[in-house]
Write a new protein. Structure first.
Length: 114
């Protein structure tokens, strides 16, 4: 069973930054595409950013130019650097595989508010 653990969320003012971290207890971590997802209250979970196993990235249109996804295969970790945060970025953020979905972690709450 793969354990996914997210961290790094918090309360930040509009325009601020946060860096989310995630680790996954999976073997051959480097072979997986990875992704960050988010779920705002009353909304469906949506895909925010993807990093493939070769390092290519892709983003939800509304976060392009503000968010950066990266990975460290030696640490079984994936990160999401979030800059210029907006109130509409408020959500619980989750990481998981891009195509292979493991058990969901508890996520990390990001609240953007003044």
């Amino acid at each position: 069973q793969v354990q996914v653990v997210e961290s790094g969320g918090g309360l930040v003012q509009p325009g601020g930054s946060l860096r989310l971290s995630c680790t996954a207890s999976v073997t051959s971590f480097s072979l997986y595409g990875l992704a960050w997802y988010r779920q705002a209250p009353g909304k469906q979970r949506e895909l925010v950013a993807v990093v493939t196993r070769i390092g290519s990235t892709n983003y939800l249109d509304s976060v392009k130019g503000r968010f950066t996804i990266s990975r460290n295969n030696a640490k079984n970790a994936v990160y999401l650097q979030m800059n210029s945060l907006k109130p509409e970025d408020t959500a619980v953020y989750y990481c998981n595989g891009q195509s292979t979905i493991w058990d969901w972690g508890q996520g990390t709450q990001v609240t953007v508010s003044s």
